[in-house]
Design a binder for this molecule. Sequence first.
Ligand code: ZN
Length: 71
Amino acid sequence: MVTLTRANAQPLPPNQIALKCPLCSEQFHLHYTEDEWHRVNLMLKSANKALREDHKSRHKSNHVNLAWTSG
Ligand SMILES: [Zn+2]
């Protein structure tokens, strides 16, 4: 499971990557479980795409939905 949340939203689980919105200075954390580590590059790609989308709504929500291309 992978989640993307605003950096100030909650305490950090062990597996997380700090990210910044590509369009502003809002900070986010990408969390992932051990079984997802091999997908980090795909996760980062998805996360950046999701942050661009989320930016349009001015990061209103602490949780950003990640769109996955599965398979
Ligand atoms: Zn932004």
